[in-house]
Every structure is written in structure tokens, then in C-alpha cells.
Design a protein around this ligand. Structure first.
Ligand SMILES: [Zn+2]
Length: 69
């Protein structure tokens, strides 16, 4: 996975930075609790393809969503 490419990638939902999990081959958005799969070295940035994280992996707030509710 190219580090420069990785630095450019943001979550399509919240535009937050993604964390690259090399072992799982996933790009994780801890704000949305989604893990985007990397297939053949290509990140699949589709929320419908992403894995839902467990509650313990997820952060309570999202950068673009302050003042919600
Ligand atoms: Zn996100």
C-alpha cells in the first residue's frame, strides 16, 4: 500500500483520516466505525462495502458532525 496514496485517502462519509490496518488490509474510520477493505492493493471506499466495527473500536464523535442532536 502506497504511503502517499494512503495519506490522500479520507473517509467518504466524514472526510476524516483513515487508519491503515496492514494485518487486516483495511482502512479504518474510527469516527464512523467502518473499515474499508483493500482488494488487490486498491482501497474500496464504499460505505456499503465497509465492515462495521465493534463499539469498542469506535470513537464517540465525528469531526464533521459537531452539535448533533
Ligand atoms: Zn468516517
Amino acid at each position: 500500500m502506497d504511503k502517499e496514496l494512503l495519506a490522500m485517502l479520507v473517509c467518504p462519509l466524514c472526510n476524516g483520516k483513515l487508519k491503515y490496518d496492514r494485518d487486516a488490509q483495511e482502512l479504518c474510520c474510527h469516527y464512523d466505525g467502518l473499515a474499508y477493505p483493500i482488494q488487490d492493493g486498491i482501497p474500496v471506499m464504499l460505505p456499503e462495502e465497509a465492515r462495521q466495527m465493534g463499539a469498542d473500536e469506535k470513537l464517540p464523535t465525528s469531526p464533521g458532525r459537531t452539535g448533533e442532536a
